[in-house]
Ligand binder design. Structure first.
Ligand SMILES: C[S@@+](CC[C@H](N)C(=O)[O-])C[C@H]1O[C@@H](n2cnc3c(N)ncnc32)[C@H](O)[C@@H]1O
Length: 266
């Protein structure tokens, strides 16, 4: 019996994958990956030039091509049978060989592999190799920390309703909004309602060769690519600041007293 190993590839730049991921990809003889019909697929693009010369590839082509709300019944049925089918096929393959499944970012963060993982439990050995999530690549692309001190970070799927987006945005200090694409106008409205639009950034294809980083308020209204994240950096968190130097008269007045900051003598 072989093992099905899902390998997290990181956000896009191949240099950002782990050594374990690279080792498994270079040695793998059976490599599967998700992609939209007729496209190369982001995961496959990341490993270009790394695959074994004798590899057999298994593109798993989605039956639908856009991010649609979960409430859509036909969409759910189509996807469920797609995942059932591929779970069965990978299980059959694993009877006699190891199989690698490629996954952009980290597999356990909204990764499509999660749907196969659930269906393969108890049937054959399944392993998952962590990857740097896309959002990490995106906040580094802005060159600013996403959270300070005790900032609360919320990660929101853009597929949520506008009401739910507004609700969650009001609870957090810093935001990551994923699955943007066609949901961008709704996300923009929710950020406007919560007064956060001016602080929001749009990062398209973070760490990939075609990366674009712009303020959301300056971005065009139209759809952004599938690989796009909206970020709001936290700025409310408690953070240690060096106290202002007291003026001379104050130094003299307090020179005979010891003070403490957070339990430490100063
Ligand atoms: C189905 S989720 C998969 C997330 C992935 N497993 C991860 O760890 O980032 C796909 C969404 O992730 C976001 N995403 C992932 N990588 C990205 C990147 N490099 N740049 C921009 N957005 C990215 C986009 O919002 C995209 O719609």
């Amino acid at each position: 019996m072989g093992t099905i190993t899902c390998v997290g590839l990181g956000p896009g730049d191949p240099d950002l994958m782990s050594r374990k991921a690279a080792r498994l990809i270079e040695a793998g003889l059976h490599v599967a990956y998700f992609r939209k019909a007729g496209q190369t697929g982001q995961a496959r693009r990341i490993v270009e030039g790394m695959l074994h010369p004798d590899v057999t590839e298994y593109p798993m082509e989605y039956p639908v091509t856009t991010e649609i709300a979960f409430a859509c019944i036909d969409y759910n049925d189509l996807l469920a049978s797609f995942y059932d089918d591929w779970a069965d096929r990978l299980f059959q393959m694993a009877q006699s060989r190891d199989v690698i499944v490629l996954c952009e970012g980290d597999p356990f963060l909204y990764g499509s592999f999660i749907h196969l993982h659930a269906r393969l439990q108890g049937r054959c050995p399944v392993e998952v190799v962590p990857g740097i999530p896309g959002m990490t690549g995106c906040w580094h692309a802005t060159g600013q920390p996403i959270t300070w001190g005790d900032d609360v970070l919320a990660v929101l799927p853009g597929t949520l309703s506008e009401t739910a987006l507004v609700h969650h945005m009001q609870q957090a200090d810093a935001l990551v909004i994923m699955k943007t694409g066609r949901n961008l106008p709704k996300i923009r409205r929710a950020l406007t309602t919560t007064g956060l639009l001016e602080r929001a950034w749009l990062i398209e294809r973070g760490t990939m060769p075609t990366q674009r980083v712009i303020r959301l308020a300056e971005a065009a209204e139209h759809d952004c690519p599938y690989f796009a994240i909206v970020l709001v950096h936290g700025n409310n968190g408690r953070r240690p600041e060096r106290r202002q130097e007291p003026d001379r008269s104050s130094v003299e007045a307090h020179s005979h007293h010891e003070t403490t900051v957070n339990g430490h003598h100063s």
